[in-house]
Design a protein around this ligand. Structure first.
Ligand SMILES: [Zn+2]
Length: 261
């Protein structure tokens, strides 16, 4: 699953991709945890094979789902190409979670006692280019732009099963999530929840705040349980479920703004 033709992907930074950069849709998609790639210089952060492929290193299925949504919406998609264990682009530099040395049950030896110099180098090589790429996309857009970040979560966390299937997360601006939640009747049997399995109190709304909130753009962070996006067929199914909530919500937001003018 890929956008056809290299001209649609801006590879100008080694650690960020901008896919479908000429997309004309209202929605701009962000996928901070798209990749589990750890650049060679970090020597795998000392992780074993299990750690390198676990949900600690990336959001399984999130890139494929983001691409499916970008295609359906003709949306620009900005993805980080480095594992979130190198730098978590959904966290500000001062957050201990930006370069965590422990993720659920997995210890990350290469992140223990990082020097300020090492931290600064990762901020410069991963976080700042990601933010610049998002700024580069959003600064050119009109005020009807909507920001959607795409994530997945593990079904079992610290031994506890999570029944929620689609989480719709927001911070101060709940416009888009409020509108999406009015359409859950279109997804019978699917467990959709607000600010689950994480919420603003967990520090996961950084991208929403700095990229969308600051610009006054409606936004949502979508969290999908990752057992639901393991195959291409599942990814397409979940993409359709999200669209069933998102597309009518976009129209509601549009009509509200028009009404207020
Ligand atoms: Zn994530």
């Amino acid at each position: 699953m890929n956008f056809d033709g290299a001209k649609n992907v801006d590879h100008s930074d080694p650690l960020v991709d901008v896919l479908n950069s000429g997309g004309q849709g209202r929605v701009v998609l962000l996928c901070e945890h798209a990749s589990r790639w750890i650049p060679d210089e970090h020597d795998g952060l000392g992780l074993d094979a299990e750690g390198l492929t676990s949900h600690a290193a990336w959001d399984l299925g999130a890139l494929e789902l983001s691409i499916a949504l970008a295609k359906a919406l003709d949306g620009v998609l900005v993805t980080s190409k480095a594992s979130r264990l190198v730098y978590d682009c959904n966290r500000p530099p001062e957050d201990p979670g930006a370069m965590r040395d422990q993720s659920e049950l997995i210890s990350v030896p290469g992140n223990i006692d990082l020097s300020q110099e090492d931290r600064d180098a990762r901020i410069r090589s991963v976080y700042e280019p990601f933010c610049s790429a998002v700024d580069g996309v959003l600064d050119k857009r009109s005020s009807d732009t909507v920001v959607v970040t795409v994530h997945t979560f593990t079904p079992v966390y610290f031994g506890k099963y999570r029944s929620v299937e689609i989480g719709l997360l927001h911070d101060d601006d709940s416009r888009l999530v409020d509108a999406m939640l009015t359409h859950t009747d279109k997804l019978p049997g699917v467990i959709v929840a607000r600010n689950e399995p994480y919420g603003p109190q967990d520090g996961v709304t950084h991208s929403l705040k700095i990229h969308a909130g600051r610009r006054g753009l409606p936004n949502v962070m979508i969290e999908i349980r990752n057992d639901l996006v393991r195959s291409a067929k599942q990814v397409e199914q979940v993409a359709q479920q999200i669209l069933a909530l998102l597309l009518p919500a976009l129209e509601q937001i549009e009509s509200k703004d028009t009404f207020n003018e």
